[in-house]
Design a protein around this ligand. Structure first.
Ligand SMILES: Cc1cc2nc3c(=O)[nH]c(=O)nc-3n(C[C@H](O)[C@H](O)[C@H](O)COP(=O)(O)O)c2cc1C
Length: 176
């Protein structure tokens, strides 16, 4: 019998691209596990979220807040989520702390976790390199505190957990 494929939106708010690459990786992992996936910049997500069985929303952290596009999308999703499962991730720390331990969401994201009744939130390490424009970014990179601290094995494992939950849910939901 054909298995019903959960349809998932993976959306991200990014300034320099690191969070988009995490989202792409999550999307690839979900596809390999049998989901149908759209990976989209949060600012470009169309008005209709109703086609999706689940949402994964991620935001880069800037000065203790999610990127604005991710915040806006999460607010929209809140109005329309109607019990759909939601997962959230943050991308930020420029050290190996996120690979070593769970890092709590920043307060604004904690509120989104609560309001969306998110299944889970995870903080992944970030990346900032010499291609980043912007005064603060240059200062960080020039002081030697840049680098790529994303752990793609950790990201794969997280996405595989989402796929397991979704496939179990879609099996349960299927009439039969
Ligand atoms: C000006 C500036 C402020 C930042 N503030 C934070 C922060 O508050 N918390 C954090 O964990 N990371 C912070 N970072 C690191 C970024 O979140 C990290 O580089 C992230 O991976 C960038 O994602 P993006 O390329 O998708 O925009 C900051 C980086 C810059 C340049």
């Amino acid at each position: 019998m054909e298995r019903s494929q959960p349809r998932v939106l993976v959306a991200y708010g990014t300034k320099y691209g690191a969070t988009g690459e995490i989202a792409d990786h999550i999307g690839d992992t979900l596809r390999q596990a049998g989901c149908t996936v759209d990976v989209t910049a949060a600012g470009e997500v169309g008005p209709d979220l109703s086609a999706y069985d689940a949402l994964v929303i991620g935001g880069a952290l800037y000065a203790g807040r999610w990127h604005r596009d991710a915040r806006r999308l999460a607010r929209r999703a809140r109005a329309r989520s109607h019990g759909r499962p939601v997962w959230l991730f943050s991308s930020g720390p420029l050290d190996d702390s996120a690979a070593r331990r769970d890092i709590d969401p920043v307060p604004g994201v904690r509120r989104l976790v609560d309001r969306l009744d998110a299944r889970e939130h995870v903080t992944f390490g970030g990346r900032l390199d010499e291609n980043a424009r912007g005064r603060m970014a240059r200062m960080i990179v020039n002081s030697g505190r840049g680098g790529d601290f994303r752990d793609f094995d950790q990201i794969t494992a997280w996405a595989e957990g989402i796929a397991r939950e979704l496939l179990a849910l879609s099996d349960t939901a299927r009439p039969g």
